[in-house]
Write a protein that binds this ligand. Structure first.
Ligand SMILES: [Zn+2]
Length: 344
């Protein structure tokens, strides 16, 4: 069982200075993968830059040109949260291309599954706009690419980043070939992702939002996965599963108010892997989104690789510290979502 790793120094060149989404995130992950030795169990996949044509599967050409020109001028702020440097355009091309390469490797059978450790992240980038630290929507581009190049009928995107992936939702809102399932803190940035947003036209039902109250931890996420994600994915019968893997729902992450542990992330990944094994010959591609506590991020990514490799021992160096928030009762919420989506 080969597990692919997309990693490249180009992703460090997206220089955001003191911004919370910075190159130290990837340095922390890669040094942890090296120190623990797990990197030797992984199959390296070399990324390439996405082409303009590939970016255009999701983004408008004037928008792409705007990002390129901004880089040529040395970078700057695209909105109040999103900054780029002179080399960010190239890094962003490789981020989208990295997820494409990971998907190709999985679909060609070179590896069973893969994780693209890329930045800038992608799930907030809409077809026409950079936002939320994201320039191009890496996962959406890879999904469109896989639909077109591999003639896949259906792709499932699972987004467990603590923020709603509004850009991914926008990219597929009227596309019945892609089921987009997002778990996210709500109300929270970017403000989208209510349960009534379910897709439009023939794609009604192909957007599945699970907006969660603050304080959700391992047991709430497990409930969500068992009661919503598993039956919805099983009904959809995807040919490939892409994951927007953000680890900012971790209890030690300062950006949000969730309480997931490293063990909890590993459990979610295990459920996703079992879905892929059952539904689509194990075809599974992870792409890094958020996660801002460096120790939690590095150990969570390592735990993700452990699950993909079939390693049974999961290290949780940060453990189950005492809850900072009371655990909410999400039973009525999950019942409402099951009702809307006809999941009995
Ligand atoms: Zn996030």
């Amino acid at each position: 069982m080969k597990v692919g790793l997309v990693s490249d120094p180009i992703y460090l060149k997206h220089d955001t200075g003191q911004h919370v989404e910075n190159a130290r995130r990837l340095v922390a992950i890669t040094s942890h993968l090296e120190q623990t030795g797990i990197v030797r169990q992984l199959t390296p996949i070399k990324p390439r830059p996405a082409t303009i044509e590939e970016l255009s599967l999701v983004h408008g050409e004037p928008y792409i040109a705007n990002i390129q020109q901004m880089a040529e001028r040395g970078g700057g702020w695209l909105d109040a949260d999103t900054v780029m440097s002179a080399e960010s355009y190239e890094a962003a091309l490789y981020a989208a291309g990295g997820v494409i390469k990971a998907s190709e490797a999985v679909l060609n059978g070179e590896v069973s599954s893969a994780f693209a450790l890329v930045r800038p992240p992608g799930h907030h980038a809409t077809p026409q706009r950079a936002m939320g630290f994201c320039l191009f929507n890496n996962v959406a581009i890879a999904a469109k690419y896989a639909l077109a190049e591999f003639s896949l009928e259906r792709i499932l995107i699972i987004d467990f980043d603590v923020h709603h992936g509004n850009g991914t939702q926008d990219a597929f809102y009227d596309n019945p070939q892609v089921l987009y399932i997002s778990t996210h803190l709500s109300p929270f940035y970017p403000g989208t992702g209510i349960i009534e947003e379910t897709g439009s036209g023939s794609a009604r039902g192909a957007t599945l939002n699970i907006p969660l109250p603050s304080g959700c931890g391992d047991s709430e996420y497990q409930q969500v996965f068992e009661q919503i994600v598993v039956p919805a994915a099983t009904r959809f019968q995807p040919r490939l599963i892409l994951v927007s893997a953000g680890y900012d729902a971790h209890r030690d992450d300062e950006l949000a108010m969730m309480q997931v542990s490293i063990t909890g992330f590993a459990r979610m990944v295990k459920i996703i892997k079992e879905l892929a094994d059952k539904l689509c010959s194990g075809r599974l591609v992870f792409s890094l989104e958020g996660g801002y506590n460096l120790a939690a991020l590095a150990a969570s990514v390592k735990a993700t690789f452990d699950v993909l490799l079939g390693n049974t021992e999961i290290e949780d160096p940060l453990g189950q510290s005492s809850r900072r928030f009371a655990a909410p009762d999400i039973t009525p919420l999950l019942a409402a979502i099951r009702e809307i989506h006809g999941l009995t």
